[in-house]
Design a protein around this ligand. Structure first.
Ligand code: AMP
Ligand code: ZN
Length: 144
């Protein structure tokens, strides 16, 4: 889709519109192809633990710890690199919900780890911002 636009549409656009149109195509393509957007919209299955108007939390499909939950914003934000100043309250809410889920899972007392991988070198594999909540055992290394 993006390469089609780049080949057949972009060459005929005034330069000022070029980046804007490509960004629109990219945003649409990412969202329609994003597994976490599908989970948020009930178009893909997941064990949902919490949901409100801002965030959704569900169990990781491949748990790396006894408790492994993902907390995601309901709106598609690719990564920390794509956060805007108006997203600050949303990011704070991700932490608040993570803390509540830790209590609910019975891991708050002993402790847990919150991780947000960013970009390829950060180990991000799903490009919809998310926070991992990991616990239920002692973490022995810095990666998940
Ligand atoms: P990251 O590598 O930080 O991008 O984390 C992505 C996480 O999403 C991984 O821990 C995957 O196991 C998890 N994951 C991928 N697809 C699904 C899914 N359909 N449902 C639940 N978790 C998923
Ligand atoms: Zn998404």
């Amino acid at each position: 889709m993006i390469s089609f636009a780049r080949r057949h549409l972009v060459p005929y656009l005034p330069p000022i519109l070029k980046d804007f149109i490509l960004a629109l195509f990219r945003a649409y393509y990412n969202m329609s192809d994003c597994v976490f957007c599908k989970i948020v919209n009930n178009d893909a299955k997941a064990t949902i633990l919490y949901r409100d108007e801002q965030v959704t939390a569900f169990r990781d499909l491949h748990p790396a710890a006894p408790t492994h939950i993902l907390i995601v914003p309901n709106k598609h934000i690719e990564s920390v690199n794509h956060l805007q100043p108006e997203d600050e309250a949303l990011v704070g809410h991700l932490f608040t919900v993570a803390g509540q889920l830790a209590v609910q899972e019975g891991i708050a007392q002993n402790g847990y780890r919150l991780i947000t991988n960013t970009g390829t070198d950060g180990g991000q594999t799903v490009f919809h911002l998310h926070m991992h909540l990991l616990g239920g055992g002692r973490m022995t290394h810095i990666t998940k």
